[in-house]
Design a protein around this ligand. Structure first.
Ligand code: ZN
Length: 405
């Protein structure tokens, strides 16, 4: 059933929706799986990306059974180099008894319907070839000359400043599981295509203040693993009932949904941080953990001008060690909808409604349709019972006021 999920979503999108989006698959059963990848509505590119993801997912499921807490994490980069050329990279990390780290990139021209290689983008690649090898030798002392002589430049990404070329571990004598790459400044290259610079937007928004009476019964609805195409459906319901939520977003997806994030804030909801690529945090070094947090802070700031103050740990797993590395406030929950697992609206309602009490924090997910289908009944029922909806920050503030009384 879960394998089907990967196959169905992109196919549905090619025919069923006109906007690009990010598909997120999170599983937390025997394995920890977090996959984020973009769907562009460009058929050949989407097919290539989703079949690559599907192949990694299937192989991981086949091979991971014996290991303790095996983890698969796929994140992406997405860049429109100009109006017709899209460059995507998929970064795979597998943590079982051995660690695997690899990158695959796709560069596709919508006008010519062709995948592009580096020869299509860089002029005089044969002249540059010598330079690239010299730089690789400078950066990686243990590079293997025999391998270097036959090296090909299959995988690359381009951002506003650099062309980054990725190499397989075979180019080093001592194999590593780190990604081997080389940055080459774009201004030192002769390019065969135009590259548009990313636009910088300056926005600033404040969270809408609400009038909550000190003695009101309050509840905070929280949504993890978005944003996604289902998020606006949830926002529509929240708006209709003058409610709000707190959205713990995955930083890797924020750029695709900047308008959705802006809308959250405008309509009185709050944005929290749910890491950049949804890895299992207890396994990360301090540097890796900080990078996961900071990259998401930057993405949200860039998209909205708002700086999150709350953090929800992925898979609900954290430690005092991790807490000591950040000023963000760790937020868990006391009511779990288990929406991703039970899937049905009725079961979600049964998990949520009888368990909400004054001051509850409810966990739902906005990366699939399940919570979106149940949200109207959840909100309406709680409202009928006299609950006022607050963001998690507001809930914490009110609880503090009540304690100090
Ligand atoms: Zn999550």
């Amino acid at each position: 059933m879960k394998k089907l999920l990967i196959l169905i979503i992109p196919l549905f999108c090619i025919t069923g929706c006109s906007h690009k989006e990010v598909v997120t698959i999170i599983e937390n059963d025997k394995e920890l799986i977090s996959i984020n990848y973009p769907v562009t509505n460009v058929g050949a590119l989407d097919d290539a990306v989703s079949s690559y993801v599907n192949q990694i997912y299937t192989n991981f499921k086949k091979g991971s059974q014996k290991e303790k807490t095996p983890e698969l994490n796929i994140s992406y980069t997405y860049k429109e180099l100009n109006e017709s050329v899209i460059n995507i990279s998929l970064n795979t990390e597998i943590k079982t008894d051995k660690k695997i780290n690899k990158i695959k990139t796709f560069t596709y021209d919508k006008n010519t319907h062709k995948f592009l290689s580096m020869e299509d983008i860089i002029e005089d690649l044969d002249v540059l070839d010598y330079d690239i090898k010299q730089k690789l030798l400078e950066k990686y002392q243990e590079a293997d000359m025999d391998f270097l002589s036959n090296v090909s430049y299959d995988y690359f990404t381009i951002d506003d400043e650099n062309l980054t070329i990725y190499f397989g571990p075979a180019i080093l004598k001592n194999k590593t599981n780190e990604i081997i790459y080389l940055d080459i400044p774009l201004n030192s290259l002769k390019l065969l295509i135009d590259i548009d610079k990313s636009k910088n937007t300056d926005i600033y928004l404040n969270i809408k203040k609400k009038n909550i009476d000190y003695n009101d019964r309050i509840v905070a609805l929280t949504f993890d693993d978005g944003p996604s195409r289902y998020t606006s459906k949830i926002l529509d319901v929240l708006k209709k009932y003058d409610a709000c939520g707190t959205f713990f977003v995955i930083g890797n997806k924020v750029d695709f949904y900047d308008e959705t994030l802006t809308r959250m804030l405008k309509e009185g909801s709050e944005i929290g941080n749910h890491s950049y690529s949804h890895k299992w945090l207890n396994r990360l070094s301090r540097e890796e953990f900080e990078r996961e947090l900071n990259k998401t802070q930057e993405e949200v700031q860039k998209a909205t001008g708002f700086t999150p103050k709350l953090f929800r740990p992925t898979y609900g797993g954290y430690s005092d060690r991790l807490k000591s590395y950040t000023d963000l406030y760790f937020v868990l929950w006391d009511v779990d909808s288990r929406d991703w697992k039970v899937k049905s609206k009725d079961k979600i309602l049964r998990n949520v409604l009888p368990n909400v009490k004054d001051g509850s924090i409810v966990l739902m997910h906005d990366n699939h349709a399940y919570a979106a289908n149940a949200i109207e009944t959840v909100v309406k029922s709680l409202k009928d019972k006299g609950y006022k909806f607050v963001t998690v920050s507001e809930l914490l503030e009110l609880k503090k006021l009540r304690e100090n009384e």
